[in-house]
Ligand binder design. Structure first.
Ligand SMILES: [Cu+2]
Length: 125
């Protein structure tokens, strides 16, 4: 009988911990809501989408490399230069203060001039 109570108490404790975690992650999401999230997929040899619109403020870039080779993701003016390992997703949060048109491009030489050179797009703020 004591054992059953012990199991019951420890499972209640465990649930309590789980609930606690749930709450704290909800709070994190609330603050995340103020961050605009942009999903970009890198393939051979293009970014999808290749035109992105955001408002000034914090932007979280979630860049997934679906190709079987290395690619990169760079926006010079925003100080972004990430290498993207095959099959991996990279996240980068930047504070975009100035409205304008920014070019993003592949910063890892990944094919011939046409292929690699064609991997670019425009971020409009
Ligand atoms: Cu590339």
């Amino acid at each position: 009988m004591k054992k059953i109570i012990l199991v019951l108490v420890s499972s209640l404790l465990f649930l309590g911990i789980l609930a606690g975690c749930g709450q704290s992650s909800n709070q994190a999401q609330t603050s995340d809501d103020q961050i605009q999230t942009v999903h970009i997929v890198a393939e051979d040899w293009k970014f999808i989408p290749d035109t992105i619109n955001v408002k000034p403020g914090k932007v979280k870039f979630v860049i997934e490399n679906k190709a079987k080779r290395m690619h990169g993701f760079a926006i010079d003016e925003l100080g972004i230069n990430e290498s993207l390992a095959p099959g991996k997703t990279v996240e980068k949060i930047v504070d975009v203060k100035e409205a304008g048109s920014y070019t993003f491009y592949c910063s890892v030489v990944c094919g011939d001039l046409d292929q690699h050179g064609g991997m670019k797009g425009t971020l409009t703020v």
